[in-house]
Design a protein around this ligand. Structure first.
Ligand code: MN
Length: 131
């Protein structure tokens, strides 16, 4: 995959992110974009697995949560994660960027959201805000 070279000089090697995403292309994109920051990445492909991984890895600093997932939705997974972790930043990633959807995600416990396709600059700015 060809990506434009950006140099943000960001070192997130001490940070850990849980990427919840069922689409392989999106996973590949996020992993490649984040590689230069050396951030530690845990991957999850579905909602229930994401809840388990969030529970078993209390040192995760941020969760990037896809909303449309097989099994339970990212919204439902967020509600379940909030039962044991009220503070971790959860950033929803969604193709549905309508304002009423945004309210739903925030109400479910998401901290913020990114619209797909996720632009590199938006991703970095949003992560920078919460890491
Ligand atoms: Mn999806």
């Amino acid at each position: 995959m060809e990506l434009i070279e950006y140099n943000y000089n960001i070192d997130w090697s001490s940070k850990k992110v849980l990427i919840v995403e069922d689409d392989s292309f999106s996973v590949e994109y996020l992993v490649e974009v984040l590689a230069e920051t050396n951030i530690q990445i845990i991957l999850s492909r579905n909602g229930l697995d994401a809840v388990e991984k969030a529970k078993n890895n209390p040192d995760i600093d941020l969760i990037l949560m896809d909303i449309q997932l097989p099994g339970i939705s990212g919204e439902k997974a967020t509600i379940l994660i909030r039962e044991f972790n009220p503070d971790i930043p959860i950033v929803a990633q969604t193709a549905h960027a309508m304002s009423n959807d945004k309210e739903t995600y925030l109400k479910a416990g998401c901290t913020d959201y990114l619209s797909k396709p996720i632009l590199m600059t938006d991703l970095f700015l949003t992560l920078q805000k919460y890491l």
